[in-house]
Structures are given as C-alpha cells and as structure tokens.
Design a protein around this ligand. Structure first.
Ligand code: FPP
Length: 262
C-alpha cells in the first residue's frame, strides 16, 4: 500500500489528493487509534435524536477503515463503546449495538476484500450473546488476513484492561521479580501489536477518556474540532501529515536539541 493506493480512493484535484502527495510514506504511523466523539452534538445541531449521530458516524468509520488500509497502516483502533457507555439510556445502547451489527453485515465483504484482520478488544462478556456471536464470526472470517489489523474497542476501559492483564499475569504464575514491561504488555488485549503512534480525538475534547492507557504512553495526540460524523479521509490524512512534523523524543533529546546544547 502506498501513495497510488491512497490516490485511487480520492478524487483527483481534491484537498485529500494534495495532502496525500505531501506525505512521507516511509514515516507513517504504524498504529493509529481514534476516539470517535461528537455524535450526540452533531445530531443536536440538526435537531435529530442522538442515535442519528451514531448512524451518520458509520460512514466515517467506513471511510476511515478504507483510507487507513490504503495508507498501509499496520493497526487501526476505533473506540466504539466504553465501559462507561453502559450507563447511557438503554435505547441508545441498544441502537449502538444494532448499528454495530449492521456495520459488520454490510462491511464484512469489504474487510475481506481489503485483506483486513478484524479484532475486538474489551470486556466482551458484558455484550449480548447475539452481538458477541456476530463479532466472533467476523473475527473468525478475517483471522487469516495478513493486511491491516482493525481493532474495535467495545465495552472497553483502559484501567479494566490493565487490571485484567495483572490478573492474567498472576494466573500464569508470573513471579513479581520476573515481571517486565514487555511481559506485562503481552497480557493486554493488544498483545503483539505495536503501540499507537498517533491518537486522534474528534469534537475538540482534550481527554484520553480511559482509552488504551498503557499503550498511548508515547503516542502523539491530534485533536480536531470536527464531530465524528463529519470526519472524512481528509481529516485522517491531515492528522498523519501533522504527525510527520512532530519531533518524537520518547523522553530523550533529539539530535537537533543535543547539537544546540553543545
Ligand atoms: C461518541 O459520541 C460516540 C460513541 C459513544 C459511539 C461511536 C459509535 C459509532 C460511530 C457507531 C458504531 C461504531 C462502529 C465501529 C461500527 P457521543 O455520543 O459521546 O457524542 P457527544 O459527546 O456529542 O454527546
């Protein structure tokens, strides 16, 4: 995947094309994680019920998955439903689960065609049997795909994930003195995946909201005021372009600043 693949998915002469042409395909983030936010406010602005914001957000999911795969990302993680979201009114939760099932039915073929491996992370035991079965079927059908990994975080909480990982480590008889960061990470839901390099949040909120708390330790954060239902390929490409301007230091000094200190 590369520039030609991205260009095949955008209109010639469009702003997307201009941003795509400026990207350095040798310095792409491996893993992009997105906090999809603002569906309710998008709906409120249009005097629509909240669920219409979620429904409109499906098209953003579709475009984001496709553009990410065309870019050649290794992993895309979308935060679809948090452990805190269980506190929302039952009709909204039911509608969200229905939209998720609708998405899977409509998009499974696209995931297969694009060699995408679908995964789900979170406390799945809290989901209904019907939703779980449908998710498991999609995970199974795409298991041998070798392209981008697409994680949906569902009934997900970062703290809960860390507690689950600690429990797993104990259950595997890991001795406290033998526990390392790498070993601990192998008990997380994202075991074997690179940590997110880029964390995107829509709707202008400056919070991480209990998302991938361990994994985002060194992620670059990009926030847009755009509500999730208006998020398009262009926004993703803008985020990646901005990421490529960042100076990732991981707590160390860069060669430039080291030079200046001399
Ligand atoms: C946040 O907006 C969004 C969600 C809680 C759900 C996101 C779900 C979807 C886009 C649809 C289903 C997902 C997939 C992956 C098929 P909010 O309701 O918190 O908005 P607000 O902050 O404006 O109220």
């Amino acid at each position: 995947m590369a520039l030609v693949d991205v260009l095949a998915g955008v209109l010639s002469g469009s702003p997307e094309e201009a941003v795509a042409r400026r990207l350095d395909f040798d310095r792409l983030p491996k893993h992009v994680a997105i906090i999809m936010d603002g569906n309710g406010r998008w709906a409120a602005e249009r005097h629509l019920p909240r669920v219409e914001g979620h429904r409109a957000g499906i098209e953003s999911v579709r475009q984001t998955v496709e553009t990410s795969a065309r870019l050649g990302l290794s992993v895309l993680t979308l935060y679809a439903f948090s452990v805190e979201n269980w506190k929302r009114p039952v009709p909204e939760v039911t509608a969200l689960m229905g939209l998720l099932r609708h998405y899977l039915r409509a998009e499974l073929k696209t995931l297969l065609r694009n060699n995408i491996q679908f995964r789900v992370i979170g406390q799945l035991e809290r989901l209904s049997r019907e939703v779980r079965e449908e998710l498991e079927a999609a995970v199974d059908r795409t298991r041998t795909n070798s392209g981008m990994v697409f994680n949906i975080a569902l009934s997900y909480g970062g703290r809960a994930e860390i507690v689950d990982a600690a429990r797993q480590a104990l259950a595997h008889g890991v001795k406290p003195e033998a526990l390392t960061e790498e070993m601990f990470a192998s008990f997380l839901y994202t075991s074997g995946q690179p940590d997110p390099d880029l964390l995107i949040r829509t709707s202008g909120e400056m919070r991480v909201s209990n998302f991938l708390l361990w994994q985002i330790a060194y992620a670059e954060i990009w926030v847009t005021d755009t509500f999730w239902p208006d998020f398009r390929a262009r926004h993703l490409l803008d985020a990646v372009a901005d990421y490529q301007k960042r100076d990732r230091r991981y707590g160390a000094v860069t060669s430039d600043s080291a030079e200046a200190l001399k």
